[in-house]
Design a protein around this ligand. Structure first.
Ligand code: UN1
Length: 508
C-alpha cells in the first residue's frame, strides 16, 4: 500500500485543505483514515479550520473569474487530459478505493472507470452546451436562451462511492465553467486527496490558477459551512435521507440550488415469465455487491407466488457459494462494511425483522477470527418478510435481502412503489405486457426503472437519481449538466420600433 500512496502523492500526514496547487491547514485537528479491510491506519489528514475554509472559498471565487472565460471546448480539452491521467492511475487509485472503502478490487477499478467515462462524456458535452432559439411574436426581434456557469459548486460525497460520484459532478461542473469545492466523506478522505492530486497536475500543466478544484475535509460541521454559504450557488449532496433533509432545508433558506442524491430501497420484481438464469445472478450481485452499500443495492425481492419456492431455493444455494473476505483478494465476492457502526446497524435491522415476525432464510452473522480482525465483516443474509414491515421500508446500508411474494403484477407494482424512497427498480420478465406496464405511468415510480437487468450498476450516460425521499436530483448523463448552469433568456430588438409583447399599446 505504501508504494500506492507514494504513486498517488499521498504523504503519511496530508494537508486535507487544498485549493489544488497549494495546501495549508497546519492547525486543524487530524482525521485518521482506517481501512475496514484490516483496521490499519492508512494515513492522517488535516481537518479544515474555519479560517482555511474562508481562504478556500476566496481562492475559488477568484479562480472562477478566470475559468469561466476559458472557452468551454478548451475546458473540455483540460478535462480530456484529466481522463487520461485517471487512465494512467487507474490501477493504483482502484486499489486505494478498494482498501480505504472496502469494496472489491473489481468494483474499485470500476469506480475509476466511471471517472474515465464521465470525463469522456464531459469532453463531448463541452461542445454541446446547447440552448434553444425561439421565434419572437414581435417583428424584427430575435429570442434565444443560453447557459452560463453558476460559480462555485459544493460537492458533498459519501463513503460508498468515494470517487465516482464526485467525478459525475466535478467533470460536468468543470466543462460548464464552474469551480468545485469538494467535501468528501470523513471515512474516505485519502481517495479524495488522490483524485485532487491527479487533477491538480493537469491543471498546473495548463497554467490554470489555483482554486478551480479544492478539497475541504472534516465532519458534518465543515459541510454546514458549505451549505450555509451564500457564495455557493449549488450544493450537490450524496448520502442518507437524514443528511439530505438537513442540507436541502439549509440551502433552500438562502435560495440556493441543491442537487440531492439520497437513500434508495430498491426492488426487483420476478414474474413467472422471468429468465431465472439471468435474474438470480442479477439479484445476488445487486444485494451483496459492495456489501449492500450502494444506494442502488437490491434490498427487496418481490416474487410471483408460483415461482416463490424455486427462486428462494436457488438464492439460498447461491448465497452458500459467497466468499467473504479481503476485497483485494479477487477470489472473494464480499468485503467488509465501512465500520463497526455499520455492523451495529446491520444487527439492529435483523433484530427488527425478527421482532416484526420475519424469518431468516440465510442467517446473519458478524464474522470474527483470522482475516476478519477489523470486526467489519458480516454475512449477507436473506429474510422472508411482509411488505408492510416497518424495517422493510427503511434503507439499511448492509447486505440484507427481503423476500416477499405477490399474485398479480399490479399488486407487485404497488408493493414496489410503497416505500418512502424512489431510486432504482427492476422487473425480470419476457412478457412485453408486464415489462411495458412496469415502465408506464402506472408502473415504477423510481428515477431508474430497468427490465431484465438489476437495480445497481447504472451507466454514466443516463441521468442518475430518484424521486421521493431519494431527493429528486439528477447527476451524470443525459441533460443533468443543466443544473450546473444558469439559464438566461435573451430578446434582441433589431428594428426601429418598440412593439410590446401581448399587443399592449403604450403611447407617450
Ligand atoms: C451510489 O451508490 O451512490 O448505479 C452510486 C450504480 C453505480 C453508482 C451508485 N454506478 O450502482
Amino acid at each position: 500500500m505504501q508504494t500506492i500512496l507514494e504513486k498517488l502523492a499521498i504523504k503519511p500526514i496530508n494537508f486535507g485543505t487544498s485549493t489544488g496547487l497549494n495546501a495549508w491547514a497546519s492547525e486543524g485537528e487530524l482525521l485518521s483514515s482506517f481501512s475496514p479491510v484490516d483496521n490499519q491506519l492508512i494515513a492522517k489528514v488535516t481537518q479544515t479550520t474555519f479560517e482555511d475554509y474562508q481562504q478556500v472559498i476566496t481562492t475559488a471565487k477568484s479562480a472562477f473569474t478566470t475559468w469561466r472565460n476559458i472557452p468551454a471546448p478548451r475546458r473540455g480539452e483540460i478535462v480530456r487530459q484529466m481522463g487520461e491521467a485517471f487512465r494512467v492511475n487507474k490501477s493504483e487509485l482502484g486499489k486505494l478505493v478498494s482498501y480505504e472503502m472496502g469494496k472489491s478490487l473489481q468494483e474499485g477499478l470500476g469506480e475509476v472507470q466511471e471517472i474515465i467515462d464521465i470525463c469522456d462524456f464531459a469532453v463531448g458535452l463541452s461542445r454541446q452546451l446547447y440552448g434553444l432559439t425561439m421565434h419572437s411574436e414581435r417583428p424584427e426581434h430575435r429570442m434565444y436562451e443560453q447557459y452560463h456557469p453558476l460559480g462555485i459548486v459544493g460537492i458533498i460525497s459519501a463513503f460508498n462511492f468515494p470517487v465516482a460520484v464526485w467525478s459525475w459532478n466535478a467533470m460536468l461542473a468543470l466543462v460548464c465553467g464552474d469551480v468545485c469545492v469538494w467535501k468528501p466523506s470523513e471515512k474516505t478522505p485519502l481517495t479524495a486527496i488522490a483524485c485532487q492530486n491527479i487533477i491538480t497536475a493537469v491543471l498546473r500543466n495548463n497554467q490554470i490558477p489555483e482554486g478551480v478544484s479544492s478539497i475541504i475535509t472534516g465532519n458534518y460541521q465543515v459541510g454546514e459551512w458549505l451549505t450555509a454559504d451564500t457564495r455557493i450557488p449549488l450544493i450537490s449532496a450524496t448520502g442518507s435521507t437524514r443528511m439530505g433533509k438537513i442540507v436541502g432545508a439549509t440551502v433552500a433558506t438562502r435560495m440556493g440550488k441543491s442537487l440531492l442524491e439520497l437513500g434508495g430501497n430498491n426492488a426487483i420484481i420476478i414474474t413467472p415469465n422471468a429468465d431465472l438464469s439471468i435474474a438470480i445472478p442479477a439479484v445476488v450481485f445487486g444485494a451483496v455487491g459492495t456489501a449492500g452499500q450502494r444506494c442502488t443495492s437490491t434490498r427487496r425481492l418481490i416474487i410471483h407466488e408460483s415461482i416463490y419456492e424455486t427462486v428462494k431455493e436457488r438464492l439460498v444455494k447461491a448465497y452458500k457459494q459467497l466468499r467473504i473476505g479481503n476485497p483485494l483478494d479477487e477470489n472473494n465476492h464480499v468485503g467488509p462494511l465501512i465500520d463497526t457502526k455499520a455492523v451495529e446497524a446491520y444487527q439492529s435491522a435483523i433484530e427488527a425483522v425478527k421482532q416484526e415476525g420475519g424469518t431468516m432464510l440465510v442467517v446473519s452473522e458478524v464474522l470474527y477470527g483470522e482475516g476478519y480482525e477489523s470486526g467489519c465483516y458480516v454475512k449477507p443474509c436473506i429474510a422472508e418478510v411482509k411488505p408492510d414491515f416497518r424495517i422493510v421500508k427503511h434503507e439499511t446500508f448492509a447486505p440484507i435481502l427481503y423476500l416477499m411474494s405477490y399474485s398479480t403484477v399490479e399488486e407487485a407494482i404497488v408493493i414496489q412503489n410503497d416505500v418512502p424512497q424512489g431510486l432504482s427498480s427492476s422487473i425480470f420478465t419476457l412478457d412485453m405486457r408486464e415489462a411495458e406496464l412496469f415502465l408506464s405511468v402506472n408502473g415504477s415510480d423510481c428515477g431508474i426503472a430497468n427490465v431484465n437487468i438489476g437495480t445497481s450498476g447504472a451507466e454514466i450516460g443516463g441521468a442518475f437519481g430518484g424521486e421521493k425521499e431519494t431527493g429528486g436530483g439528477r447527476e451524470s448523463g443525459s441533460d443533468a449538466w443543466k443544473v450546473y448552469m444558469r439559464r438566461q433568456t435573451n430578446t434582441i430588438n433589431y428594428g426601429k420600433q418598440l412593439p410590446l409583447a401581448q399587443g399592449i399599446k403604450f403611447n407617450i
